[in-house]
Design a protein around this ligand. Structure first.
Ligand code: HEM
Length: 350
């Protein structure tokens, strides 16, 4: 794998040393959201939705995702995150893919502060897949479905489970930056906030813990864990629930003031490029990078779930596939009244 992207280039040297160090020491074997809408029932979606109109859609998307994964590996985690951000705001309807209209005062979802770190490589992957699909099956497959398929592909390409993606999502007509904040979790959300937000999307405590396992790959910018290093809950001290070696490595990469804003650290510090359950083992060893991850091991409601997944990779894979299917059915739209089929994923239908 070659790490050509700027994100990878920014992983600091100290961090690489830390990872090497850990690899020898750590066993790897081992809403309040304003929306109260429940996800539509799953029957709206089906695996063979395009069996007559575009039977080869999965293969078409796969040819793009496998190429992207080879050439630009950051596309993988970036696309999985993009899918999550799509589903939590307005439902899985491709609304996060819309660009703000030139000259418009109303920003699209994508331009909300919370979405600024969504990597461009994810949008590129979807646009490439969409272009290929349009060339074979014009006007048939939604951007929302392509995003769901691509996310699954990248999970599998990184070593995770392969599961059938149900399809039939239409693209949404609404994409507003103002709807983002209340519908996405934050790293400093309390466990109660996280549980409540997921519940508002029809997702359980188990789903929260399982889906957080997506942090088994991918990266986080310093600003997303800086408070843990220097001023945990305004104590002017580091988070007590962080392994001292990890604290040291992270502080070397991420100075309190004036650091390079492009620096990232892996969310899973033991196997950052492999989709596996090591993420949960990390939490047991206080090696979680994001506070919202570490908190899953600190709360008595979620701790046993973390422990169960830490010791059983097959369970993680099975549960993750089921939870992604559930997440992928949040707020699904169907038909012209609520939806559209966009040709260019970044623009509403004319
Ligand atoms: C539970 C609450 C969650 C919070 C607070 C959260 C927050 C974050 C943050 C702050 C980052 C780092 C972004 C950056 O610095 O660039 C991140 C990365 C990521 N998140 Fe989450 N996340 C959550 C749940 C999820 C879920 C449910 C998924 C998918 C199912 C997911 C997938 C990812 C992926 C794959 C990355 C790596 C992105 C990349 O490397 O480009 N996250 N998340």
């Amino acid at each position: 794998m070659s790490f050509s992207s700027t994100n990878f280039a920014a992983i600091s040297f100290t961090f690489i040393i830390f990872l090497l160090d850990l690899a020898t020491q750590h066993s790897l074997a081992n809403v309040t959201a304003n929306s109260t809408r429940r996800p539509r029932p799953q029957r709206l979606l089906s695996v063979d939705y395009y069996s007559k109109t575009c039977p080869q859609v999965d293969q078409l998307v796969a040819s793009v995702t496998s190429q992207q994964f080879k050439e630009v590996p950051v596309s993988g985690p970036a696309t999985i995150r993009l899918f999550f951000h799509d589903c939590f705001v307005e439902g899985c309807d491709g609304s996060v893919l819309i660009s703000t209209k030139q000259g418009s005062k109303e920003l699209a979802e994508r331009d909300a502060d919370e979405n600024k770190e969504l990597a461009v490589e994810a949008f590129d992957s979807i646009n490439k897949a969409k272009t290929l699909v349009e060339s074979k099956c014009p006007g048939v497959v939604s951007c929302a479905d392509i995003l769901a398929i691509a996310a699954r592909d990248f999970i599998h390409l990184a070593g995770g489970p392969y599961y059938q993606v149900k399809k039939g999502r239409w693209d949404g007509k609404i994409s507003m930056a103002t709807r983002v904040n209340a519908n996405l979790p934050r790293t400093n959300s309390t466990i109660d906030d996280l549980i409540q937000l997921f519940k508002s999307k029809g997702l359980t405590l188990e789903d929260l813990v399982t889906l957080s396992g997506a942090h088994t790959i991918g990266f986080a910018h310093c600003k997303n864990f800086l408070a843990r290093l220097y001023n945990y809950k305004n104590t002017t001290k580091p988070d007590p629930f962080i392994d001292p070696r990890l604290l040291k490595a992270l502080t070397m990469s991420c100075p309190r003031f004036g650091g390079n804003t492009d620096i990232v650290a892996p969310c899973d510090v033991t196997t950052p490029f492999l989709f596996d359950n090591a993420y949960y083992g990390n939490l047991e060893s206080q090696l979680g990078v994001l506070a919202s991850d570490q908190v899953l091991f600190l709360d008595p409601r979620t701790k046993p779930l973390v422990q169960a997944l830490a010791k059983d990779n097959a369970k993680f894979f099975q549960d993750f596939a089921v939870a992604m299917d559930k997440m992928g059915s949040i707020g699904v739209k169907r038909g012209r009244r609520h939806g559209e089929k966009r040709i260019d994923c970044s623009m509403h239908e004319l």
